[in-house]
Ligand binder design. Sequence first.
Ligand code: PHE
Ligand code: ZN
Length: 901
Amino acid sequence: MAFAGASSLIIVPFDHWEYQIMKGPAGKAILRSEYKPYPWVVKGLKLKFDIGEAETLVSSEIQLKRKPGMDGDSSIELDGQDMALKSVWVDGRELSEDDYSLTSDKLVISDIPSECLLEIRNIIRPQKNTALEGLYPSGQFLLTQCEAEGFRKITYFPDRPDVMTRYEVTIEADKDRYPVLLSNGNAIESGESDNGRHWVRWDDPFHKPSYLFALVAGDLSHIEDTFTTMSGRKVQLRVYVEEENIDRCDYAMESLIRAMKWDEERFGLEYDLDIYNIVATNDFNMGAMENKSLNIFNSRCVLASPDTATDNDFLVVEGVIGHEYFHNWTGNRVTCRDWFQLTLKEGLTVFRDQEFTSDMQSRAVKRIQDARDLRSRQFPEDAGPMSHPIRPDKYVEINNFYTMTVYQKGAAVIRMVHTLLGEDGFQKGMKLYFERHDHQAVTCDDFIAAMADATGTDLGHFSEWYSQSGTPVVQVRAEFNQAARTYTLHMQQHTPPTHGQPQKKALMIPVKTGLIDGNGNELDLSRHGHGHGEENYSAVLILDRDSKTFVFEDMDEEPVPSLLRGFSAPVKLEYDYSDADLALLMAHDNDTFVRWEAAQLLASNAILAQRERISRGEDPVLPETLKTAVRSMLTDLQSDPALLGEALRLPGEDYLAELMEEVDVDGIHQACEFIRKSLAGSLEQEFRACYGRMKDGAAYSNSPEAIGRRCLGNVCLAYLTTRDSAGDLAQRQLESSDNMTDTLAAISALVYSGSDNATAALADFEARWRDNRLVMDKWFSIQAARPSADTVDCLDELMEHPSFSYTNPNKVRAVVGIFAMANPTGFHAAHGRGYEFVADQVIALDKLNPQLAARMASAFNSWKRYDKERRALMAKQLERIQAGSSLSPDVSEIVNNALSE
Ligand code: PHE
Ligand code: ZN
């Protein structure tokens, strides 16, 4: 069977076959230790898609050759789900049903020659697919999502990343409805066929695994630009969107060009094809997908203009565009052998996108934001029932392992390699990695081996980070010996047991350290026995045993230690700083992370102390040291406003919860409110003056400086609006705002302070933006995040709003996700209706989109950390979900883990 473009569409009705989300074989765990190479080589693949109104016919020609040494077995096993098989041919002979066995997820053909052409035809129903995996509809167009295991919902194939081949793809569809037909690689041929249909043939010269396959068909508009690579290749760049969004894509295009240039300059990596396409969709389970030369993006990560996007949205667009582009080398050219190795591509690519953002924006701010994110979201994950090493040992549903741990902790592990080897060593390692493994599917061990071999470093012990889950605790004690003039840091580590991994080993932890004298001067450590005679203000102390001692010599006086500079390891650091130490670090440390951390520590100590007083029935008080520290930040005219904004922002309630043995939701919230309000009250003049300096009336700009001013100004606004006397400030900001950052900050301030103007502000906003999906997501989120026990009672109404849609993940996340994950006061309200609401949503969503349902279900993961009453309420909801009929493997894995912990 050849794929002549002119072949017409044949639809065979399958009356017995109704589209539904197949539940798959119930919950069998897959183990990393059971990896076996696939016995067949796929030498080539030709696919033809005949897209129809209700059904799509997929025809596939698979060129097979059995691997040498695998002669024992002449059968072949292919993955396939949710489709109807029409016919199977081997070397031109049609097989009968006796020649193969077909189950809900596999096609096994019993006897085929060691080298042959396998032809398969099957039918799928993309228009009915709500799981957003495989081929599915979004608005008026169709698109694919294959990572991790979506290709098996398109056709029968060995759907695993270590089977790589060259794809030739022909797409045929109605020309009016689907004028744009895209796939990976280069368009090599196209033509018209009967009945108003047309076709395009694509050839991707790079061998790739099925998870990188992509197809898009529909009526899309695009913007276009070009980039000339360092060796002179001219690349055509396009961003495709639905027509209504065409004037919000420029920032994405600019970001892409910056990313391409940056990867050449920093990593020496160049793009390898003549075209690069990005398609934005409103309906996407994740942020974006790196399919070879045809990235698909959640529109939230593409569309941005000052009137619709916040400063943070712009950062996300630039970061995600970079991330997917960087995957072309770290992920596509060198890919993963199996899904246990996911962090091989994700940890490394997140590290690369963090570095990109650091080089484009403010390195200091980026570091703080990433550290905050890791601590408030990954640390809890790693302490709960879904705890896993960055390279997991087992999974039931791989979609549940696209986690903060694999991505963010994975990036932190790569960052430690970078710290240990330095930029030069790291780049040597990258070079060797590509020399050895270009066009291969490899493991995390291969990556570490390249890093070690390129630099002659022993990373054997270091690689335990890939196997061990949990967050290490590093305890530091200092000792000054006046007579011997030595200053000694005693460091100890331990990692608490985690779900499924009770025994822990000592890891290799780089603790970047500096010392500061009483006048706030950094000591040159090379004069005190560390470093190599050059000026050296930081030393990377390697804690690689349970405990270790580091001695600094020739010390005149006892310094203050500046520990874990740059957040040099993903650990919890414990050192008994006095308030005076913290004030000194805040004022003088050259390391911006430690300066920020000192401020956060002062604040979290204060909040937790007041929480305790409240729980004892005592009145909370505002600690003088915190007040003094905040005053000095508000009157600091030297420092970067962005950093001051980050330091003044109180630690998140999720992070504070993480610091408590048993979480006291209401106590934490009350203590935070108290501290915020009393700081605003006792420093109102300083807050107003600082706010005034930041809001100097300058017109909108998106320079890092302007972003920093908005950040600090809006932090001040949030403090000030806790005071009735500052009530009109937010309203005035709202009225004069010329950008979404200031508008949203003002509306949030009105809503969260319970202002009389809140209702009108929300109504105006809705009236103005009702037709803009992304902006409406913000409108939903603000209301779902309102920290109040009765927020849950407004959610049903929100979900009846015409802009809400159950089948759109962005909408579900904006309401259910924000409520469950970012509103502890609402979700954990003692009446338990928050829990019930979220469980209802999980049950309903599981029928449509199991991946999304599982994400929402993970809100219950920390249930054991709460008080008895809340534990009981959450367990009841978990059991209710678990008892449901035909639960997806996605949700059942989450819920079973949570209940079995
Ligand atoms: N691989 C994508 C990324 O991180 C994420 C993704 C995973 C998207 C699975 C869709 C499905 O860049
Ligand atoms: Zn990625």
